[in-house]
Structure formats: C-alpha cells, structure tokens
Design a protein around this ligand. Structure first.
Ligand SMILES: *Cc1c(COP(=O)(O)O)cnc(C)c1O
Length: 428
C-alpha cells in the first residue's frame, strides 16, 4: 500500500517537472492510487470450464483432480509428517509415501515421483547412465512440446547420444552395430512418440525384444512413456496407448511417465521399475532439485489410491471418466444444456455430432465420439462470442469450427451445466 502511494507521488513529481502547470489535484492522486491498488489485487489465474472436448488440455492445466486428491492437498497444506516417522520421531524420506503405492498399482518393484516427466527422464538418465553413452533410435528423437527434445535431455543428463537406425526404420541389428562401436554404452532409451504417429514403411523392435536384447548385452532399458496409462483403454475404443504394466512386464527396467496426463493426477514425473535402480535415482543429487512438493505428493498419493481394487478408476479419476464415458451420456448432457438455453434471445443453439480428443501428448489422433452445442449469435461474430464466453464471470473455453462456436460436452461435467448455461446467457 505504502509502496503504491509512493509510486503515485513519484509519478506526479516527475509529471510536475515536465509539465509544471498541470499539477494533479488530490482527487486525481487518489483515483490513480485506487486504480493501481485494484490492478495489483486482480488475480491472473482463474478456474475455467473446459468446453473444448480435449480432455488433457495442457493450456488449461491438464488433468482436473479427483475430489479425493483435492481433499488430500488441502489436508497437506499445513504441517504434516512429510519427512518424519511418527513412530520413532526420526527423520524419514518423502519418497516413503509413494514407493509402495506406485509399486502396487504398476506392478513395479519400486517407484518414486519428481516434479514432472521431463525431470524424471533427465534424472533417470543422469542416475543410471552415469555419463556413459545412451542409445536411441532415430525414429524416437522426438520433440514433445514445451521445449522437451530427447537429444537435448540426453545431453543435459551428462550422457552422449548414440543414434541408431533411420527415421522410419530401426532394427535390433542397428543396436548391435552401435554397441560394437560404443561398447561402453550402458542404457537404451525408448521414447513413446506421444504427440505424432508415423505410418507407412516403418519398423521398430517390439519392447520385449528390445528388453531381451538390452539384458543379453548387459544394458538397461529405460522407457519414457509420457502418457502413463495404468488402465488399458482399448476396450473403450482408445487404441495404441501402451500401459505402464505392459512395459514393465515386457522387461523395461525403468518406466517414466507423467502424473497429469492419463494417470489423471497432479503434475509429477513417476519413475517405476527395479528396486536398485529406483534407489539409485532417489540418491542422485539432481533428485533434490527436482523433488515433488508436499501438495502434489499428497494429490498423487490420493489419485494412485483410486487405482487400488476394488475402486474402479474409470469412474473415480476424472480424466478416465471423461475418456471412457459412453457417447449416449454425453449426448444426453448436450440435450440438457440445449434445453437450459433455449430461451436465450438472438442465439441459435443446436446439438452437433463432433469429435473430441484425448490431447496432452497422448493419443493425438485418437478421436472420441462426442456431442457439442453449436452456438450462432445474431449479435456477435463467432470470434466475439467465443471471447465473451472466455472472459465472462465464469470463463468457458469452447472452440470455433466453420465460424460457429462449439461447446463440447465430453469435457463438461453434469455439475457444471448450470454455470455453462448462465455463462452463455450472459455472453449472448
Ligand atoms: C508429455 C511427455 C513428456 C513430458 O512430460 P511432463 O510431465 O510434461 O514433463 C516427456 N516424454 C513424453 C513421451 C511425453 O509424452
């Protein structure tokens, strides 16, 4: 407050120097101070309603948390036994809260979590490759987005990248050749091409064959899965997203995946795999720099608990619920919203069959049958209507297709319908 008033007076003095005859009145000064204070108090981060149909939307904060995870974060906000054994009163490790849970839900021997998956890849390579060359197929030298490029991460981990194969085809004999030239190599890194698909004349060794090859040559296989599905989504029509369990069963030594993609939890990077390797990752000095904060740790533990039988994660984890919800239910929600806004003047709304997307670097091309409400205003262009919806009291983020604003109901929950209807009314 005092700083704001000082700044206003400093500006007024500067103005007096350049324009001595235009002295501001006291009322001018007060108005200016009021304006600045209001500006300083304005928040910049708001909750919004995701009507884009993209379930894991990075710009909207990726996975919305389950109520259980929100409650756990709130409970963890004060003091807690984050790094303390209550029985002995001695210091303990924050990793203890997740190790058993990750192991239980993934089938790994051990697990830990750091700040995000990019950090997990960096840390895992630094800890288990220890500066020795890391072998990667040229078809997997990908950029995930937000500046995450596999070659750069390998370099930052302190290892040299050894590229094998070609962009579209890599065979086991390519790995063999690389090993002959680089016998000191310790790790093969496999990366899931989350956000693109290569089709046509392509080939890469199956993960179990690659694991077998790695172990036969005394190497470790580390896999950056990205999405990190713990539930097979194929029965719901979402194909081609490998599960963490599949990779571990195939023999991958360390699997790395995000907490806020298909897992449906907070931002985190999970490392699951063999006990000795997970312990080595936890001991590496970078683990301290990348460690998970207590709020995310609490939310992640609560989310992982939703995967323990008999809980059904497709009902309790919001991301999975949205991805697996039958389209008939989405359609019913679209009809309900249409009825709620039928009386809004100068607005035409009709239910359209559309396609939503999983998004978030997971299953990029995987379209999900959905329903949207198509809004056409007699007063505003589609751009202007979309802007008014975004900037209203409750921000609603839709998308524009062929000059029509679409509100996709796959990512709007039943409980959000009244707020969406209200926002449409206010924006029209
Ligand atoms: C998304 C993704 C990452 C980055 O994960 P963050 O949790 O956002 O750091 C890394 N690798 C792959 C394959 C990904 O899909």
């Amino acid at each position: 407050m005092a700083a704001v008033l000082r700044a206003v007076l400093a500006d007024a003095r500067a103005q007096l120097v350049s324009e001595p005859h235009a002295a501001p009145s006291v009322a001018d000064l007060l108005r200016s101070a009021e304006g600045r204070l209001a500006e300083g108090a304005r928040e910049t981060l708001f909750p919004v309603i995701n009507a884009t149909g993209v379930v894991i939307h990075t710009n909207l904060g990726r996975a919305p948390l389950a109520p259980e995870a929100v409650a756990a974060m709130q409970a963890a906000a004060g003091y807690g036994n984050l790094e303390l054994d209550l029985e002995t009163g001695r210091r303990a490790s924050r990793h203890d809260h997740l190790d058993g849970l990750i192991a239980e839900v993934s089938g790994a021997e051990a697990g830990l979590a750091v700040n995000n998956c990019a950090g997990a890849v960096l840390l895992a390579l630094a800890a288990v490759a220890g500066g020795a060359p890391v072998i990667v197929s040229r078809g997997e030298l990908v950029e995930i987005g937000g500046g995450f490029r596999v070659p750069d991460v390998v370099a930052q981990s302190g290892s040299r990248l050894v590229e094998v194969g070609t962009t579209n085809r890599t065979h086991l004999r390519d790995y063999e050749t690389a090993l002959r030239d680089h016998p000191e190599a310790r790790v093969i890194l496999r990366t899931h091409p989350s956000n693109f698909r290569m089709t046509g004349f392509t080939s890469a060794p199956a993960v179990d064959a690659l694991a077998h090859f790695a172990h036969a040559h005394g190497l470790l296989l580390v896999e950056d899965l990205g999405g990190g599905a713990l539930v097979d989504l194929a029965p719901y029509g979402i194909e081609g997203e490998p599960t963490v369990q599949d990779s571990l069963r195939a023999g991958v030594d360390l699997v790395l995946f995000s907490g806020d993609k298909l897992l449906g939890g907070p931002q985190a990077g999970i490392v699951a795999g063999r006990r000795g390797l997970v312990d080595a990752v936890a001991r590496h000095p970078l683990a301290r720099a990348l460690r998970l904060d207590k709020l995310s740790l609490a939310a992640l533990a609560a989310t992982l608990r939703l995967y323990r039988p008999p809980a059904d994660p497709t009902r309790r984890v919001p991301v999975l619920r949205m991805l697996t919800e039958p389209v008939g239910r989405v359609a019913a929600r679209a009809d309900a919203l249409a009825a709620m806004i039928a009386d809004v003047p100068a607005l035409e709304a009709r239910v359209l069959e559309t396609l939503g997307y999983a998004g978030g670097g997971a299953m990029p091309m995987q379209a999900l049958a959905s329903r949207a409400l198509a809004l056409e205003s007699a007063r505003f262009s589609a751009d202007e209507l979309a802007r008014r919806l975004r900037t209203g009291a409750t921000g609603v983020l839709g998308r524009i297709e062929r000059d029509v604003v679409l509100l996709d109901l796959r990512t709007i929950g039943d409980a959000e319908l009244p707020a969406v209807a209200e926002a449409v009314r206010a924006a029209s």
